[in-house]
Design a protein. Structure first.
Length: 94
């Protein structure tokens, strides 16, 4: 993870930083560290509040934590940001 954070420091553009943050959050999710994933998704969404994928993925993490209302709010935000975001609809329906 330290190499990913170094890559984040070296990112020159917002899009690059967002991509690195997304990858870090996914790594935390895969490592079963949901609280850390939520922190990183929150940081990403401060940089790019219209990132539908980040909203949707954060919803998935909230589901894993049993926080269903927060998850549904994330899915709703994903759909609002990108009305054709397939996973927002699928995850919201589940």
């Amino acid at each position: 993870m330290k190499y990913l954070y170094q890559l984040l420091k070296d990112a020159e553009q917002k899009e690059d930083a967002c991509a690195v943050l997304l990858f870090i959050a996914l790594c935390y999710t895969d490592a079963h560290l949901p609280e850390e994933a939520i922190k990183v998704y929150s940081e990403l969404l401060r940089m790019d509040p219209q990132n539908a994928l980040a909203h949707s993925n954060m919803g998935f993490v909230y589901i894993e934590l049993g926080k269903f209302e927060e998850a549904h709010a994330c899915y709703d935000k994903a759909i609002a940001c990108k009305p054709d975001h397939y996973y927002g609809y699928v995850n919201r329906a589940n």
